[in-house]
Ligand binder design. Structure first.
Ligand SMILES: Nc1ncnc2c1ncn2[C@@H]1O[C@H](COP(=O)(O)OP(=O)(O)OP(=O)(O)O)[C@@H](O)[C@H]1O
Ligand SMILES: [Mg+2]
Length: 278
């Protein structure tokens, strides 16, 4: 078995065992819900695909999946069928309009709102099967710090926290980061501040969060937690327009401020995380 696999999970194992994260996987997560994770995941994937990267987005918000809605896709086979053994992994992979692949969960699967050993095993198996085939896998996770969300994040080598400038979003982002530092030994966390009003707002917010972390969250003596500001995405009415039409922003309105910001994020991510396509 490849070294990407973590030891198999046994019935009765404590659910918060920190896992050895898998390579080339970026978890897109947040403290508060509705801050733009799914929008960022889908459009970032399209922007990376445009740059020649082989990308897959997995709808890791298992209980309340909605990547299918955003992308206007109606797959016959979903992750649920793979988990239950009704379909092979490759049968559930769908081509999205933006030139990337998606693995959709299918919404309302109550059984995935709890982290059981089965869900963990199935998830791990799927991730290990996917990794060799992509330059990067993005996990569009749910919000918050539930077991299922934390487990999905634990599978990723890198974490991207999306927050908006609202105080509630920032306090929730801080709480999430604290848990990721404590439970998953994360030391580097990438930040995207979405729906900013002015240029530079996002960087100032990340700097503020960093200062609070430096004061109150000590990883281990001598170790620091570092927030890497990946970029801002301005509040832009075009985002809602694209979502209402169930289209990708960077395809339908590629010149709008939010689409340009996403393209810049993709370039920065490629520079720091994944090799440029040859
Ligand atoms: N930069 C932006 N400018 C304007 N509106 C935005 C922007 N980003 C997101 N939105 C709005 O916020 C809505 C919610 O975004 P999205 O569904 O991506 O959030 P989410 O974090 O995935 O939510 P959940 O926690 O429910 O999964 C979008 O449908 C869109 O209308
Ligand atoms: Mg979402």
């Amino acid at each position: 078995m490849s070294d990407l696999m973590t030891p198999s999970v046994q019935e009765g194992d404590p659910v918060k065992v920190p896992l050895k994260p898998l390579g080339k996987v970026l978890a897109v997560t947040s403290g508060k819900g509705g801050v733009g994770k799914t929008f960022v995941s889908a459009n970032l994937a399209a922007a990376l695909a445009k740059r020649g990267q082989k990308v897959l987005v997995l709808d890791a918000d298992l209980g309340l999946a909605n990547l299918d809605v955003v992308l206007n896709l109606y797959p016959k086979v979903t992750l649920h069928d793979v988990f239950t053994g009704k379909a092979k992994l490759e049968e559930a992979i769908v081509r999205a309009p933006g030139g990337f692949s998606v693995l959709l969960a299918g919404s309302g699967m109550v059984e995935y709102s709890r982290l059981t050993p089965n869900v963990r095993e199935d998830f791990l198996r799927v991730m290990s099967g996917l990794l060799p085939h992509y330059d990067i896998v993005l996990l569009d996770t749910g919000a918050g710090i539930s077991d299922v969300v934390l487990f999905a994040v634990s599978l990723a080598s890198e974490v991207l926290v999306v927050a908006t400038p609202e105080p509630t979003s920032l306090t929730d982002a801080y709480a999430t980061i604290k848990v990721l530092v404590g439970e998953q030994q994360r030391r580097v966390i990438r930040m995207v501040i979405n729906q900013t009003a002015r240029m530079g707002d996002g960087r100032a917010i990340t700097t503020q969060l960093q200062q609070v972390l430096d004061r109150f969250v000590v990883a281990k003596p001598g170790e620091k937690v570092r927030l890497v500001h990946l970029g801002d995405i301005p509040a832009d009415p075009s985002v809602r327009q694209a979502v209402m039409k169930r289209q990708l922003l960077i395809q339908t309105i590629p010149g709008c401020p939010a689409a340009l910001a996403i393209s810049q994020l993709a370039a920065k991510l490629e520079e720091t995380l994944i090799a440029k396509p040859s």
